[in-house]
Design a protein around this ligand. Structure first.
Ligand SMILES: [Zn+2]
Length: 300
């Protein structure tokens, strides 16, 4: 009997650590997917995955964005509660435009820490959503809130299927697929795209979403406008300039990963794609093969 606890621990670890054990029929024809994306601030998930979210939503899949902090610091003229309220309203409007749900956690901007409490919060959110797919930052990003969001989601990945971790919410029935969103950071290693998604069909929705966040991409004193040179001072010109930065960002992703787009979409279509979002499979969670992964994402 002395070996029983060890046996139970081994069984539990096997269930938790075997990545492929339960990517079952979630990509079958009629089954709707459930996707949750974590961004550090109320604009990150929108920027990184707003296009693919709109595509999923149009297909009837359920998508939710979570901002891990309330964004109450990243502005050069206003801060605190009023900014948090304003930014929550902005991402709510963005979610309406994309056809998804959204939630902003009440954690101060710049103060997110990889605590056990926050790990439980992330695990609960994934479990409550019963997510098939989880998107989030790599933990190598420039901003500590981004890095810790990456750390927290990675740390939650192993426990979302454990019945007795945050037992007041049911574990996910399947081990979700975890994927990182695109970034440009090269150390300790550059982003390696597993899947690249054309967002050409929905770019106007994404641009409308970005335009619906003037505290981030419109105000003269927004972070974006206050930290760049040659930013136009006229309201309309500045907003167009800031939006164009993000258009160029998504265009650069398509150009950078053109070969991958051709592999996924074929020569003709792959060459025509203008705007893209990219995702890298995380080594935690389910590890679907490429054919299965392609079926989970719109387009390819
Ligand atoms: Zn951010």
């Amino acid at each position: 009997m002395k070996s029983l606890p060890c046996y139970l621990v081994c069984v539990l670890l096997t269930v938790l650590l075997l990545p492929n054990f339960q990517l079952q029929a979630q990509s079958s024809e009629n089954e709707k997917l459930r996707i949750i994306a974590f961004g550090a601030h109320p604009d990150d998930a929108e920027l990184d995955a707003g296009g693919v979210a709109a595509l999923w939503a149009a297909q009837g899949h359920a998508v939710k964005f979570v901002a891990m902090t309330n964004g109450d610091v990243g502005h050069f003229q206003m801060a605190g509660g009023p900014l948090a309220i304003r930014r929550t309203a902005e991402v709510q409007e963005c979610a309406r435009l994309l056809g998804i749900e959204t939630e902003v956690l009440d954690i101060h901007d710049g103060e997110l820490m990889p605590t056990l409490e926050n790990r439980k919060t992330v695990a609960r959110l994934i479990r409550e959503w019963q997510a098939d797919i989880v998107l989030f930052h790599r933990p190598y990003d420039y901003h500590p809130d981004h890095r810790y969001t990456g750390q927290l989601v990675q740390d939650a990945a192993v426990v979302v299927v454990a019945p007795f971790f945050v037992p007041n919410t049911p574990p996910t029935k399947k081990n979700p697929v975890f994927l990182y969103t695109y970034d440009v950071f090269e150390k300790p290693y550059p982003f390696e795209p597993t899947i690249v998604v054309s967002i050409d069909e929905v770019v106007q929705q994404k641009w409308d979403c970005i335009s619906a966040m003037p505290s981030q991409f419109g105000d003269l004193h927004s972070w974006q406008a206050s930290t760049g040179s040659n930013i136009p001072t006229g309201d309309a010109e500045r907003k167009a300039y800031l939006l164009d930065r993000w258009k160029q960002h998504n265009k650069a992703i398509a150009d950078k990963y053109r070969d991958r787009l051709i592999e996924l979409y074929g020569q003709e279509k792959g060459n025509q794609i203008q705007f893209a979002e990219a995702f890298e499979l995380c080594q935690y969670g389910s590890q679907p093969d490429m054919e299965t992964l392609k079926k989970l994402f719109p387009g390819s």
